[in-house]
Design a protein around this ligand. Structure first.
Ligand SMILES: Cc1cc2nc3c(=O)[nH]c(=O)nc-3n(C[C@H](O)[C@H](O)[C@H](O)COP(=O)(O)OP(=O)(O)OC[C@H]3O[C@@H](n4cnc5c(N)ncnc54)[C@H](O)[C@@H]3O)c2cc1C
Length: 512
């Protein structure tokens, strides 16, 4: 651990064969991928993680022979993982499975689920209730594709020094898209399709952004393009945690240090530099550069005590929904399920308008069910199934505690068994339930918000918490609540952007 400063330290350090040091707080995907990039650029990297394993939300649960993906179960823009590994001189070690159909959607009181295929011929058969589906779909997707390709370069994959700089980039986006910033996704879907069921299915992506289709700008239909046309959705052979295992193995081979059960609770500064981070036991951690993978807004409020991020101000920001998750080891094979399934009700508009701010659990909840044992037999003992249920619920600002956690889980399972016509409650071999309180406590997620800060126009680009600190010149941020946003590929991009920032600030170090 060193106490001297950059860039003098870098030059002398290199000459004396001591590497500049970087401490990363948090070993989520953001922290891990930044560690990969920085170690490749000559930094000596240490990761400090409050939990006893790496991965953050991209994690795994293991119980009685069953394994469960704790959070993410698939991702888009797989080429971002190629870029990550290639940037450190290693071919992508992940074996990916492309999903087709990407998922199926059950509507209440409708017998057959609708499968979302990526090929238009199969998709058209599923949407036989929507007149002229193919023509409407192609037109909708063409526009969504333009939104995506016209913003990916100038907006999504860019660092912005200021709001002004952000606007300068914004002017590179064709003017014809401007009206779609002010029109809601739902209204765009109403113009594009006739049937509510079609509109609902294509609007589900709005929830991934932390809002409803009634509030989300229609430009975000670009997400429909990424899931169905551009690169599609991918799962990882061996389970999602393989991503973490592969990155750890490269990092360990490159001498990166992991320190677990170490939570940063305070800082020590001199002038415009951080000189140490302080953990829960009072230990001090010194470095040249510090990268925070803990939530970028929450850390500024809780640890740095910044006025712009007081609890009151954080509460006034828009946050994504909180996860209520149930992991079930089932003694038998479960019929009528695919790897990825959504179970929706028949009151979409009223459900969507209440779900973010309700102080009681939803009565007829909407939820996602994942059965990874459908495509990977190693996740469950032979003849059995692993089921993961994710029900998005209000965060802890609105519903402050979950004393009814077990009962709520039981209600969801009852609903689920009715809808697939198979007894689940009597077939449970093992069970884990995580409420928003558990998620909040485990990974320091602000009020249990599952995906971090939402993505309204006032919280993206130049308006999102920056990946460099406002006060300390050697402090940076990576992850879901800084730029560009949440989700695995975005977090990988975030690691590239923060590495560029660090290089800009301190100059490139020659790779040895
Ligand atoms: C239930 C659920 C399902 C999801 N599904 C998908 C999906 O299917 N596809 C997709 O692309 N995305 C999905 N996501 C989103 C995705 O998981 C996140 O966007 C991504 O994993 C965030 O990574 P991160 O590195 O920014 O943060 P995290 O994963 O939260 O990592 C931050 C790390 O920092 C540690 N930490 C926090 N504070 C401190 C501290 N003070 N000191 C030390 N350590 C600290 C935490 O313990 C954690 O390990 C899902 C999220 C959830 C919750």
């Amino acid at each position: 651990m060193s106490g001297t400063y950059l860039p003098y330290n870098f030059v002398i350090g290199f000459i004396l064969d001591t590497m500049p040091e970087a401490i990363i707080v948090g070993a989520g995907l953001g922290g891990l991928s930044t560690a990969l990039r920085l170690s490749n650029k000559g930094y000596s990297v240490t990761l400090l993680e409050k939990e006893d394993r790496a991965g953050g939300r991209l994690n795994i649960l293991e119980q009685e022979g069953f394994t469960f993906d704790m959070g993410p179960s698939f991702f888009s823009m797989s080429y971002e993982f190629d870029e990550l590994f290639q940037s450190v001189g290693i071919p992508n070690p992940l074996v990916l499975d492309k999903l087709n159909p990407i998922y199926q959607i059950y509507f209440r009181n409708k017998l057959n689920p609708i499968k979302l295929y990526t090929d238009i011929d199969s998709l058209e058969k599923e949407f036989d209730f929507e007149p002229d589906f193919r023509i409407k779909y192609e037109k909708y997707m063409k526009k969504a594709g333009q939104f995506f390709h016209d913003t990916e370069g100038p907006i999504i994959k860019q660092n912005f020094d200021s709001v002004l700089d952000y606007f300068a980039h914004f002017f590179q986006v064709p003017l014809q898209h401007t009206p779609y910033l002010f029109k809601s996704m739902w209204s765009h879907l109403e113009d594009s399709f006739e049937q509510d069921r079609t509109r609902i299915i294509f609007s589900l992506v709005a929830f991934f952004l932390g809002s409803t289709p009634f509030k989300t700008p229609s430009i975000y239909s670009l997400l429909n393009y990424t899931e169905l046309k551009n690169d599609g959705y991918w799962a990882v052979k061996g389970g999602m945690y393989t991503i973490v295992r592969e990155i750890i193995s490269i990092l360990e081979s490159r001498g990166v240090k992991f320190v677990y059960q170490t939570e940063i609770v305070d800082i020590k500064s001199e002038g415009e530099k951080i000189v140490a981070l302080i953990d829960q036991k009072g230990n001090q951690w010194n470095s040249d550069v510090y990268v925070i993978n803990s939530d970028a807004a929450y850390f500024r409020g809780k640890i740095l005590k910044r006025n712009k991020f007081t609890e009151k101000k954080l509460d006034n920001m828009d946050w994504t929904l909180a996860p209520f998750t149930i992991y079930l080891g089932i003694k038998n094979k479960v019929p009528n399920l695919m790897h990825h399934n959504y179970f929706l009700g028949d009151n979409f508009q009223s459900y969507a308008s209440k779900i973010f701010t309700s102080s009681v659990p939803p009565e007829k909840p909407y939820y996602y069910v994942n059965a990874s044992s459908k495509s990977d037999t190693t996740c469950a003992p032979e003849g059995m199934e692993n089921i993961f249920i994710l029900c998005p619920v209000p965060d802890l600002r609105f519903k402050k505690s979950w004393p009814e956690k077990n009962q709520f889980a039981k209600d969801i399972i009852r609903d689920f068994e009715e809808r697939i016509g198979f007894e689940i409650l009597g077939n449970i071999k093992t069970k884990i339930i995580m409420s928003p309180e558990d998620w909040a406590q485990k990974f320091n997620l602000y009020k249990g918000s599952g995906l971090g800060l939402a993505h309204g126009m006032n919280q993206v680009g130049g308006f999102r918490p920056k990946n460099f600190d406002e006060q300390f010149s050697n402090l940076f941020y990576v992850g879901a609540s800084t730029t560009p946003g949440t989700g695995l590929p975005m977090v990988v991009i975030s690691s590239r952007l923060v590495t560029e920032r660090i290089e800009q600030s301190y100059g490139k170090i020659p790779v040895r």
